[in-house]
Write a protein of this length. Sequence first.
Length: 151
Amino acid sequence: MKYFLILTIVTLGFSFESQALSIKEKKQLKAWNQYMDDPSQSYGKWFKDKCGYDLPVVIDEGLVKPFMAANTSAAAYCDSPRSVMQAMCGDKDMKEIVLPEFQKKIKKVVCKMSTDKELTLKIEKGALTMMVKPGTSNLDKKVKDFLENNL
């Protein structure tokens, strides 16, 4: 029994260790987060200009390994909701409808790795959570359809 317990603890230790990010991966996550915070690169400034408030985007570290393996930018995927929302606020007729809903229900975007579907979106507790995989197609259209159908 002691042997089984020790083996289980050691195995769990290795599985947690394998999930840790390397220095290169940590640098990439930092670069993606800097991109998200830099108004000259991301949709942050355009979103604020069009919708009138800041909308931070949080990139979960679980995206790093799969997106780096796919040689693609998680930041580009994770900025899609801000891009779509700023375009919706930029439409004069639509802004008066969507802006109060955005301000009331979406205070931040949380971007995580999807384990099953290509894309899953949900809104709860002031966050738009987007679970996405590298290679997800028609991302902006899917985000817009979700927002139009769920706000």
